[in-house]
Design a protein around this ligand. Structure first.
Ligand code: G3P
Length: 217
């Protein structure tokens, strides 16, 4: 499980549980951390991640050159950073370029709304694809089916590309995505809190605690 945030406090709070494979950020999440640059936030996050935990940072740019330069700027920040590159034509051009130059770089193809994008990402040698589950649902798309078909296709192709489900607004979407065959999910901190503060569980736990103290409720 990854944490989908650029907030250092949220990551610190979650690190205690040893659940995290890493952290995913995007430009929108970074923009919420007012007054801090991407480089500063990335270094702060890396300082609290263990060596084996990945930090994904997303490159931006409206031309191939701009996107490529931004990817290089991200990679120069720290060797533990993996790249997120959007899965459109410019993105695939940059992914191809980067993979030719440095095959060791780990790339996650992001902004995935179709099995077809994931197919191209697997052919391009991406280590990860990130289907945007809630954003698909907002467009009336069957995100669970998209993830299931992607998993089936990767299996058939024997592609090593992993599916990292992203863009979740409720916990059912997370579980549906995993059951559909996603290797991993990246979840906002508030959804992990929702799971840990299940109202029915809280009611039962309250009764147990009262009974343990011999108190009538
Ligand atoms: O990591 C990408 C994903 O976080 C987008 O999520 O919640 O903005 O749809 P969201």
């Amino acid at each position: 499980m990854f944490l989908d945030t650029a907030n250092v406090k949220e990551i610190e709070a979650m690190q205690v549980f040893h659940w995290l494979t890493g952290v995913t950020t995007n430009p929108t999440l970074l923009a919420k951390e007012i007054g801090k640059s991407r480089a500063v936030i990335s270094r702060e996050i890396l300082s609290i991640l263990h060596d084996e935990q990945r930090l994904f940072v997303q490159a931006t740019g409206e031309t191939q050159e701009a996107l490529y330069d931004d990817a290089q700027a991200i990679l120069s920040l720290d060797t533990r950073i993996a790249l997120k590159i959007p899965a459109d034509e410019i993105g695939f051009r940059v992914i191809t370029q980067l993979k030719q130059e440095r095959p060791d770089i780990e790339i996650l193809a992001t902004a995935i709304f179709s099995v077809e994008q994931s197919y191209l990402a697997a052919l391009a040698g991406c280590e990860w694809v990130a289907p945007y589950v809630n954003r698909m649902a907002n467009q009336g798309l069957d995100a669970k089916q998209v993830v299931a078909s992607t998993a089936e296709l990767f299996k058939q192709l024997e592609a090593p590309t992993k599916i990292l489900g992203a863009s979740f607004k409720n916990t059912a979407q997370v579980i549906d995505t995993l059951l559909a065959g996603a290797t991993d999910v990246t979840i906002p901190s508030n959804l992990i809190q929702v799971i840990m503060h299940n109202k029915l569980a809280a009611d039962s736990i309250h009764v147990f605690n009262q009974d343990a103290k011999g108190e009538k409720i």
